[in-house]
Design a binder for this molecule. Structure first.
Ligand code: PMP
Length: 390
């Protein structure tokens, strides 16, 4: 058998040679969307902190107060003594915010998807999933052992054909991202809800990138499409993106939440979130609801960026959300463009296979409510320079 290190080194070298080696960067916050890597100052267009809440003083205050009241860790799983009033209050608030009977906190979005899907579906059941769904939904489906059928991205005809072809035995779940994380486009939720009704399936939406951002009051993709809880009985939301903290939840009927509490293994067999994070998230929830200006800024920036990048060699993918990917094509070209921008003081990561399909490497530009008009203009100018130089 090959030596372990030799095997690992060879794998890494292959990724490197193909321009696919990924590396995390040390980026420390300077204020707003500005970060520092050693001595280089960078204007970032990479964060999912869309509303700019992650460094908000009100959240920091709530986090510190929470830590003083509850300590740094919960010390146990929810069902074994780790559940605090901060968790309970946040669950009530999230249920009210999403217009549902109840909500259940999970450690993060990955765990929430694993927990909900593996609890709801088993060996004799069927999962219909958009091909571009987040990796955690794919992993959840595989772990559930249900039959997984993936339909072409947002292709309702393909989905309907799969639904028709599938025997009526077993439970059926249609699951989709609300906003696709690497493309920024929306799922056709009204039509998906209609198909779910017609073909006797449950619909689950992962609204990691919609919640807080979409809809006039930030209630996410479902608000954008005016859908009711009956249309989408299982809603997953994350707390580490627009909410600026960490964690995730599933919201739904009281029975769904009671059931998940009994059956979702990634809820049961893991330490409860630090309660101070729940305190900080309650503060975030207030700002998400009050600060309409944050969503308005995002809208202005989206229009400004799309207008400014119209005549570039690379084109922005169709998207009305703060995720504005610039399609480049080959992995190395995307990496090269990202590096050129970095030399000019911008941090815009390249996203390459296997995160996105072969030949569709891109710069994942994300906008924040804390960007200024000048920041967006500076990125447009830098990309135009790269375009002329290439
Ligand atoms: N779903 C989607 C659509 C996501 O983009 C992400 C995070 N990238 C997750 C789930 C996982 O959420 P978390 O980061 O809280 O684990």
């Amino acid at each position: 058998m090959a030596d372990l290190d030799a095997f690992l080194r060879q794998d890494l070298a292959e990724a490197e040679a193909r321009g696919l080696r990924r590396r995390s960067q040390v980026l420390d916050p300077l204020g707003g969307p500005r970060f520092q890597d050693g001595r280089q100052k960078l204007l970032s267009f990479s964060s999912n902190d869309y509303l700019g809440l992650a460094r908000d003083p009100a959240l920091q205050e709530a986090l510190c107060a929470g830590a003083r009241a509850f300590g740094t860790g919960s010390g146990a799983a929810h069902l074994l003594g780790g559940h605090r009033s901060a968790h309970a209050a946040l669950e009530r608030d999230l249920a009210a915010f999403t217009g549902r009977e109840a909500a259940l906190l999970f450690g993060n979005g990955y765990l929430a998807n694993l927990g909900a899907i593996t609890a709801l579906l088993g060996r004799d059941d069927h999962i219909f999933a958009d091909r571009l769904n987040h990796a955690s939904l794919v992993d959840a489906a595989l772990l559930s052992r249900a039959r997984l059928q993936r339909y072409r991205h947002n292709d309702l005809q393909h989905l309907e054909a799969l639904l028709q072809r599938t025997p009526a035995r077993g439970r059926r779940l249609i699951v989709t991202d609300g906003v696709f994380s690497m493309d920024g486009d929306l799922a056709p939720l009204t039509a998906l809800a209609e198909l779910a009704r017609r073909y006797d399936a449950w619909l689950m939406v992962d609204d990691a990138h919609g919640l807080g951002v979409l809809g006039s009051t930030g209630r996410g993709s479902l608000e954008a499409f005016s859908l009711s809880p009956q249309d989408v009985p299982v809603l997953m939301g994350t707390l580490g993106k627009a909410f600026g903290v960490y964690g995730a939840f599933v919201a739904g009927s009281q029975s769904l939440i009671d059931f998940l509490q009994q059956r979702a293994r990634s809820y049961i067999y893991t330490t409860a979130l630090p309660p101070a994070l729940a305190s900080a998230t309650q503060a975030a929830l207030l700002l998400v609801q009050q600060d309409h200006w944050r969503r308005q800024h995002l809208q202005t920036h989206i229009q400004r960026l799309r207008q400014g990048l119209k005549s570039l060699a690379w084109s922005l993918m169709p998207s009305d959300t703060p995720i504005q990917p610039l399609l480049v094509g080959e992995a190395e070209a995307a990496l090269n463009l990202s590096q050129q921008l970095r030399q000019q003081g911008f941090y815009v990561p390249a996203v390459r296979p296997p995160t996105v399909p072969q030949g569709s490497a891109r710069l994942r530009i994300t906008l924040s409510a804390l960007h200024q008009d000048q920041d967006v203009d500076a990125l447009i100018a830098a990309l135009q320079d790269c375009h002329h130089a290439s």
